[in-house]
Design a protein around this ligand. Sequence first.
Ligand SMILES: NC(=O)CC[C@H](N)C(=O)O
Length: 389
Amino acid sequence: MPTARRSDHTACLALADGTLFWGRGFGATGQTTAELCFNTAMTGYQEIMTDPSYAGQVVTFTFPHIGNVGVNPEDDEADRPVAEGLVVKWDPTEPSNWRAAERLDAWLARHGRIGIGGVDTRRLTRAIRQQGAPHVALAHDPEGNIDIEALVASARAFPGLVGLDLAREVTCRQSYRWNETRWAWPGGYGRREGPGHRVVAIDYGAKRNILRCLASAGCDVIVLPATASAEEVLAHQPEGLFLSNGPGDPAATGEYAVPMIREVMEKTEIPIFGICLGHQMLALALGARTVKMNHGHHGANHPVKDLETGKVEITSMNHGFTVDSQTLPDGVIETHVSLFDGSNCGIRMTDRPVFSVQYHPEASPGPQDSYYLFERFAAAIAARKQTTA
Ligand SMILES: NC(=O)CC[C@H](N)C(=O)O
């Protein structure tokens, strides 16, 4: 059932099934195709838009007031918005926040990202829940000249995220040392003094706050591009290996990541920690499978149960694929599950300090309940250093 077009409508979101959502365009003009997801976080639109895991996706915000605090240079998770576009209920207003350096719409325009406002995001979110994350095309033309048939055809032509390796596109081009001294959160978890644990972090589209959290927990972090080989990883003589979050299909990314992880595990017994895409690739390397979810998890208040302590953490989430816990091999146990749908949220090896989680302990945006995982990784490195000293 298409929504009617009004005279002030300058943008249109077309779903591949032909459903149209008209609204007012803001940000860049032009057209983009993507998979559509919804995010339920009530804060942190800038962190969400700049999270490289959103490559290939347009984000619908269920929270209506998006843009009201503007954007600033400190809250970027990457050097630009990476999500393809955004869909919001209310048009962005003049920012009202002392940290704002720019309006959301101006920032989006500068980075070629399209926004559409005035959309019934509740109805859209229901459609996403019912039919699964749809393929969409989003167009913005200030004159309102939008060829609807062509737009729907573009949405239909979008190949989808299954089988798509996007980490290769968003990763860093060269290795570098993380030397920012900022805290992971205002007022908390400061960077430690003294020589840190030597950690190699593979950048599949890493959020900056993950690297800050690793540094805050006492790690000296060298970041390597996604396609780094085991040889390149081991050349840094790492005391720990970190596998980052990232966009796209883990099975496609696994083509180069899985052989690297397996070889590192054959040659050393250093602690390994993975987050989100890194979690999925660790699971693949250990012999499990990943599957596409209906509409994924994207928000900042997802309850997760730690099966070993019985504790519940409220977590930040952003994933459209999941590890099939039925396929975990012997020697690998499920450590965390989602209390929304029982899907896998964490694994660990029983005989090695190798573990990973599906959610985002670095928050940004979201609650900080799960920061302990960074401390756990650092403690595992310290313990191994003592026994091998
Ligand atoms: N945040 C992430 O690392 C996302 C992982 C993967 N691209 C997914 O959608 O499941």
